[in-house]
Design a protein around this ligand. Structure first.
Ligand code: UD1
Length: 424
């Protein structure tokens, strides 16, 4: 029932700090399952997806306690091996418990994720990789039942595509397998490196995370550890685009600028001034952005999770350009909402052809997913008049205090109870 209302046209300037990375924190929480005892994870964002993962772990018999931005996860007594459909349907990343459960307990029963608003999001590579490690997989009644009564064996595995989720599940399973696993065409995202360093702190032997070849030498057991989550590069990128749309200078702090190299280079090509520091970046833009072509690719390419925010920026840039989405087949759904705000965007298969307009006009719009929701708010910041972005719960899945942080930069934005039920 809640929406975000933005009155556009304000100059944005100031400082904003980002939280720990959602996509890392969720996987570290799953990995904590692998060591009996209490692991401590700090710099955990206060967002809805973390609440869901905590619920998934609690359902497995794990105790999760939270104070401020820290989590203590006591995985001494696992009493269930099931991630039920209600949880997986709420958050696909719940499937990250598959690898840890099967490696520690020898069994897992995880609901199959269905399609979602950004594409079909298959799980075949997770399954094939686990089978190569000696796991028996039976699919039935909407569940993946995985068992490895005699333990897992290291294997040479090559992924068809550098999938983030498959790399993580296979990596976590391999850590407790017998012998060496070599994973080729692995995803290289910074969150994979963060997961590998967490596993190494737990006693695992992992080499090459962050490169396309990860080598794991299995160990017999892991121990709990303490780890700080890396800063959220997507949250950071979102505020940098807000800074570009609102003029800036906006200083975004709390993340490693190298994790956003491609995004920063595109901001520069669009005419922004980008000042990199060790722990953050300041962005400013005088006048209108220039159009730049973008194609999303696995890291270190341009992140698909920043595609929507860039479309909001390019919709009012000078010139014409093409955004090509190579990672998720259905991630342009929100473009129609931008068109309702006056953008000139045509979708041809996985290409968006954008002719920049000089001004967007505020309108009621709906956010189909997390990043698109944030992008529509950004578009509202630059639009004439009032934009109401419905279905705010999508944004709360991944952004902590989103409205408050934008208010801190000078945005005229607030939360309202809307008449339309969320999700209607
Ligand atoms: C993760 C991120 C998400 C990000 C994405 C790509 C989390 C919680 N989510 O999602 O924010 O946008 O990486 O950077 O970390 N695929 C298959 N078979 C598989 C696995 C994936 O065909 O077994 C396909 C997917 O349908 C998709 C592509 O590979 O088209 C990339 O997916 P993947 O990298 O696995 O993304 P996620 O881990 O789901």
């Amino acid at each position: 029932m809640r929406s975000i209302v933005v009155r556009g046209g304000k100059r944005l300037a100031g400082r904003v700090s980002v939280e720990g990375a959602k996509n890392s924190a969720l996987k570290l929480m799953a990995a904590a399952l692998m060591a009996p005892g209490t692991s401590r994870i700090t710099n955990v964002p206060d967002i809805a997806d973390v609440d869901i993962m905590a619920e998934v772990l609690t359902g497995l018999g794990v105790t999760v306690s939270r104070s401020d931005h820290s989590l203590e996860i006591d995985a001494s007594g696992i009493t269930s091996v099931e991630a039920p459909y209600e949880m997986v349907a709420k958050m696909r990343a719940s499937t990250a418990v598959l690898g840890p459960l099967v490696s520690r307990i020898g069994e897992a029963n995880v609901a199959m994720p269905g399609g979602c608003n950004i594409g079909s999001r298959k799980i075949d590579m997770h399954i094939r990789g686990l089978e190569q490690l000696g796991v028996d997989i039976v699919l039935g009644h909407g569940y993946i039942h995985a068992s490895a009564k005699d333990g897992l064996r290291g294997a040479d595995i090559t992924l068809d595509f550098p999938s983030v989720g498959a790399t993580e599940n296979i990596l976590m399973a391999a850590v407790l397998a017998e012998g060496r696993t070599t994973l080729e065409n692995a995803a290289r995202e910074p969150e994979i490196q963060d997961l590998a360093s967490f596993l190494v702190s737990m006693g695992a032997s992992v080499d090459g995370a962050g490169t396309p070849v990860i080598v794991v030498d299995g160990v017999e057991a892991l121990h709990p550890c303490e780890h700080r989550v890396i800063g959220d590069r997507v949250e950071a990128g979102t505020y940098l685009v807000a800074g570009a749309l609102g003029g800036g200078p906006v200083a975004v702090e709390g993340f490693d600028p190298h994790h956003l190299d491609m995004v920063l280079s595109k901001l520069e090509q669009a005419g922004c001034t980008v000042d990199r520091r060790a722990d953050g970046v300041t962005v400013a833009l005088d006048g209108r952005a220039q159009c730049v072509d973008i194609q999303t690719l696995p890291y270190p390419g341009f992140p698909t999770d920043m595609q929507a925010q860039f479309m909001a920026l390019l919709a009012i840039a000078d010139g014409s350009c093409v955004i090509t989405e190579n990672v998720f087949e259905n991630r342009f759904m929100f473009a129609d909402e931008l068109v309702r705000m006056g953008a000139d965007i045509r979708i041809e298969s996985h290409h968006a052809l954008i002719k920049g307009v000089s001004q967007l006009s505020g309108a009621p719009v709906r956010s189909p997913d997390l990043r698109a929701g944030a992008a529509l708010v950004l578009a509202g910041l630059a639009a004439d008049g009032e934009t109401e972005v419905g279905e705010m719960h999508h944004i709360e899945r991944g952004y902590e205090r989103f409205v408050e942080k934008l208010v801190g930069l000078g945005a005229d934005i607030s939360v309202v109870e809307s008449d339309t039920p969320e999700g209607a």
